[in-house]
Design a protein around this ligand. Structure first.
Ligand SMILES: C[C@H](O)[C@H](C)C(=O)SCCNC(=O)CCNC(=O)[C@H](O)C(C)(C)COP(=O)([O-])OP(=O)([O-])OC[C@H]1O[C@@H](n2cnc3c(N)ncnc32)[C@H](O)[C@@H]1OP(=O)([O-])[O-]
Length: 719
């Protein structure tokens, strides 16, 4: 809806009303058409201000309506009527002006913004492009290069940057609507042609072709197969090369190719999935809106290795005081320096002053006595973690939450080492912890709902996308990664090369395939865990690591190259070779080919040609099958949880929605059939055997993903 009121005699005020973000639903669009007509027809009204209810201008088109039949007045004519108005129209921008919201403001003759407002055209993040003339007006207003940056990245700009770019005419920290009303009456009757952006020529560039060629290459490199960024470049090119009306037609054509695309569906699913995971629930029935989090101001981090340092930085940047504990003096000094440097870099990037004085460094636990929450981030060793939890239980004040950053060890076991297991939860950050958005909040059998609520709220305050999951080995993310990695190893045994496997998954959209990722994070990390699990241990009789363990196929290729000191980037050699230890550029290594040929010969394996399709199906379907298993067990509450974990923690390409959304797109029956096909070929690999939940969903006709949660409820009760 939109409300019209007359203010100070001659200014008409139009207020958009559709909380929480005044999205341009059919009713709002109709309201704008009606109120603009009213303002233009009322002779007393000399100028108009458009603002949004609740100090929020407009969050753009109503994303929730995209899957339905579009009703109500179309956006473009509505927006054109504003620009064509003979009375000046001023946009009073508070909170946000995003997508169609900014396009609405660009049709106004003047834009006044509050200092705290954020503006942008983020349509590309939803698999779309600015389709209410934004791709034609913005380049005309701020130039091609700046417009290309905002439209192909979808990034939000601050009011200060919007003023500097020329998107807004004035920024105020006063009441923006009042300032806009005063301004509107001051420009009443003034000529407006010079304020109609669609009439502006697009500022010329030295070499338009070269500029767009370079932009297209850049966008294609970072898009990882996403189509919307490419269409955005094409739309802006239309603005630079065509008259406005033709450019608008081109914008419409391009939007039509995107609107119904699978990628747009995936990205919009991902948008709502990110919001859905915030509405967490536990098997006990406790959930996000029925549990009050505990207050947290003072925090502590125990262990200042790579993860601990990142967590200290993330907590400090979120405004918490931190006690940073590292028992090794030398490690403490190095950590202090590293943390300070990260804070300075972060502050520079955000244009703020670095916060240093809220961190207390200590090599003893004493200063931890009065904190509200502790995050343990010591070496991934259970015995060491038990000792730390016992020390914390002795030092901390009653009611202090004890959180562990373990990436997969048993939360219940650690909790059993403390007098208050209800106050123990996992907070699994992803490296680098001050950069990666994902946080797995892991509840154990005795974790209290308040402990979970507190960890989830802390994650949100740290700017993380937090997902609540149950306790099991590897939780959700790492647990699903195991069958994915195993398939990658098995494919090497059967004839593939690391390059072939990685290329198939990188063409699918992953930033890095399993072997390049493993070289980055260190192949020895997995090797140490496999040794602790008793897998990577040679048989005393044969001296070889058995290829069948507990009746299941096991591939020791990763263990064998670690035994040769090939840990990846950090040693300059891993699955690939690098120019030096710490090198980043992976090059195929002839040594690897020789090693794999010898390994196959040793184990009587006859290599065969493996096509990328098989790589994708075996690695991704095994991972997806494990995902269904975690849903079946209730470790993951809903498919959205898994998909958000994989998009924000494991670089699953967002334009493919996530593993479970992808499974829905591919078709559950096909996934099950292909798994059965590969399981027949590899009966000693249980992770290829379709799990019950997948079978049941197929048996009842493969309902769409948004129906899975309700099906799971009944199925879990039957399973
Ligand atoms: C023609 C035109 O060219 C094209 C085609 C378009 O215009 S395409 C649309 C372009 N617009 C966007 O991309 C902006 C998308 N929104 C956001 O980025 C963020 O929401 C936010 C605005 C920065 C606020 O963040 P927040 O953290 O304060 O709260 P929230 O939890 O995110 O949001 C609060 C609630 O509002 C809902 N919501 C937010 N934006 C919405 C929108 N545009 N449409 C419908 N619902 C929306 C959201 O789902 C949540 O609902 P619920 O979960 O409570 O039920």
């Amino acid at each position: 809806m939109a409300q019209f009121s007359r203010v100070s005699g001659s200014v008409g005020l139009i207020t958009l009303q559709n909380p929480p973000v005044n999205a341009l639903s059919a009713a709002v669009r109709q309201g704008i058409v009606d109120t603009v007509n009213k303002a233009l027809q009322e002779p007393e009204v000399k100028s108009v201000v458009i603002c949004g209810q609740n100090k929020v201008f407009c969050g753009g088109a109503d994303i929730k309506s995209f899957r339905g039949v579009m009703t109500g007045p179309p956006l473009i004519p509505m927006i054109h009527a504003i620009e064509a108005s003979t009375k000046p129209v001023v946009a009073a921008i508070e909170g946000i002006a995003l997508g169609g919201g900014l396009e609405l403001a660009l049709a106004c003759h003047y834009r006044i913004s509050h200092t705290k407002a954020r503006l942008g055209l983020p349509e590309v993040t939803l698999g779309l492009l600015p389709a209410a003339a934004g791709s034609q007006r913005l380049p005309r207003l701020i130039g091609i290069t700046a417009a290309l940056d905002l439209i192909t990245t979808g990034r939000h700009v601050t009011a200060a940057e919007a003023l500097q770019l020329g998107i807004v005419d004035h920024v105020t920290d006063q009441n923006t609507v009042d300032v806009a009303l005063k301004f509107a009456s001051s420009v009443a009757g003034k000529p407006l042609d010079a304020r109609r952006i669609s009439l502006y020529p697009c500022p010329p560039s030295d070499d338009t072709d070269a500029l767009f060629e370079e932009a297209m290459q850049r966008v294609r490199r970072s898009a990882r197969g996403a189509i919307a960024p490419v269409a955005c470049v094409q739309a802006v090119r239309a603005a630079a090369t065509l008259p406005y009306a033709q450019g608008l037609e081109r914008e419409k054509e391009l939007m039509a190719t995107l609107f119904t695309s699978g990628q747009a569906r995936a990205l919009q699913y991902s948008f709502f999935a990110q919001r859905a995971v915030g509405r967490w629930s536990m098997p006990s029935g406790a959930q996000w809106d029925t549990v009050e989090p505990l207050p947290v101001q003072k925090t502590a981090v125990i262990g200042l290795g790579t993860m601990g340092r990142g967590i200290v930085v993330a907590l400090t940047q979120a405004g918490f005081s931190v006690v940073a504990v590292e028992t090794h003096e030398k490690q403490l000094t190095q950590a202090k320096q590293a943390i300070e440097e990260m804070l300075i870099r972060g502050a520079k990037r955000r244009g703020v002053t670095p916060e240093h004085d809220t961190i207390t460094y200590s090599h003893s636990m004493e200063p931890v006595a009065n904190v509200d929450l502790v995050i343990e981030a010591v070496f991934e060793d259970m015995v060491l973690k038990e000792k730390v939890f016992q020390q914390l239980s002795a030092v901390c004040k009653p009611g202090t939450l004890l959180c562990t950053n373990t990436s997969g060890l048993d939360i219940d076991h650690l909790a059993s080492k403390t007098p208050n297991p209800e106050l123990v939860v996992g907070m699994h950050f992803f490296a680098p912890a001050h950069v990666m958005k994902l946080l797995e909040v892991v509840y154990g059998r005795q974790s209290s709902p308040r402990a979970v609520a507190t960890a989830m709220q802390l994650g949100k305050k740290m700017g993380k996308v937090s997902v609540a999951v149950g306790n099991c080995l590897g939780f959700v993310g790492n647990r699903m990664l195991k069958p994915y990695m195993n398939q990658a190893f098995f494919l090497l045994e059967e004839g593939a090369s690391p390059e072939l496997v990685d290329q198939a998954l990188e063409e699918f959209g992953f930033i890095m395939g399993p072997f390049r990722m493993s070289d980055l994070s260190g192949i020895d990390v997995g090797w140490r865990i496999r040794k602790e699990e008793g897998l990577a241990v040679p048989d005393q009789r044969t001296g070889q690591i058995p290829r069948m363990q507990k009746g299941c196929r096991y591939s020791p290729v990763g263990d064998l190259i670690c035994e040769q000191g090939r840990f990846g980037q950090k040693t300059g050699q891993g699955w690939y070779r690098y120019d030096k230890p710490g090198g980043r550029v992976a090059r195929p290594d002839p040594w690897m080919q020789t090693f794999l040929n010898q390994y196959r010969a040793t184990h009587g394996l006859v290599p065969r040609r493996i096509d990328p399709k098989e790589v994708l199906e075996r690695c991704l379907y095994a991972l997806i099958n494990e995902g269904f298993q975690t849903l079946e067990e209730g470790i993951a509450a809903a498919p959205e949880d898994i998909d958000v974990i994989y998009v924000f923690g494991y670089s699953w390409p967002q334009h493919r929605g996530g593993p479970m959304f992808y499974a829905d797109m591919v078709g559950l029956e096909k996934i099950m059939d292909r798994l059965e096909h590969y399981h027949q070929a590899h009966p000693d690999v249980p992770s290829l055997q379709p799990c019950n939940l997948l079978r049941k969903l197929v048996a009842i006709g493969s309902p769409p993903i948004h129906k899975w949660s309700q099906v799971m409820k009944t199925l879990r009760s039957q399973l």
